[in-house]
Design a protein around this ligand. Sequence first.
Ligand code: NAD
Length: 257
Amino acid sequence: MGKLDGRVVIISGAARGQGEQEARLFAAEGANVLLGDVLDEQGAAVAREIGPDVARYIRLDVGREEDWAAAVQAASDAFGKVDGLVNNAGIVRFNALASTPLEEFEQVVRVNQTGCFLGMRAAAPELAAAGGGTIVNVSSYAALSGMAYLTSYAATKAAIVGMTRVASMELAGKGIRVNAICPGAIDTPMTHPEEGADTGADAGALAEFYAQLIPMGRIGRADEVARLALFLSSEDSSYITGQPFVIDGGWLSGVSY
Ligand code: NAD
């Protein structure tokens, strides 16, 4: 028996990285999953690999209201209801405050912050109609501790924690729990600008740099974050709502030396 048997979960940004691992793990635990992303080929390939009976892919630009409406409809049409959402899609741009163009700031807000808002707003009525459900919003370590060169990113990730608290209060009466995940440094394309990921960071060993700062001596894996998302999406966390959960190998505890 899986921890998500009979559940239907929409996961944004599921073509790669943490979202992909969440889609694979949730399906393995019995859920039907709708993967959304803007990387259509990759996303469709992941859904195919998981299996057409339990996984579908849809183009979902999280900054577009109409894409969210279509995604909720598609999940409901394919699997009969929607009772879970993981707002995982995100982008990062490294830049000094003084040299961050307004367009870049607004681009990060659009994906990370507006995307999370639109996702919760689109899914909440479906989750309520299903008799309740779970929302997991992917925030960041950067919401809780200062990180230089991440003004736009930190702003959006702090906003996600704020929205998570508010949504948890408004939706508790409908049986919907809303929590946030705050990952430290995780081994995904986002931490590998040297592999061509568009982050604004210089190509170089970003992952190795982070590892030196972390008490556990390594950055995290996407499957480790996926297991936290599973916990927060399953009955194992039945009395938990409104909280940010840090998963960072001890980084937030302080300086390691
Ligand atoms: P990633 O870059 O591999 O994955 C992000 C996914 O989001 C990609 O598939 C990308 O195509 C998708 N995406 C980007 N813009 C989108 C849009 N407009 N609509 C839909 N999808 C879009 O990185 P990841 O590490 O897997 O990131 C997942 C989440 O974790 C993000 O919210 C990120 O901010 C957060 N996070 C990552 C780290 C880390 O160190 N990797 C740390 C803290 C938080």
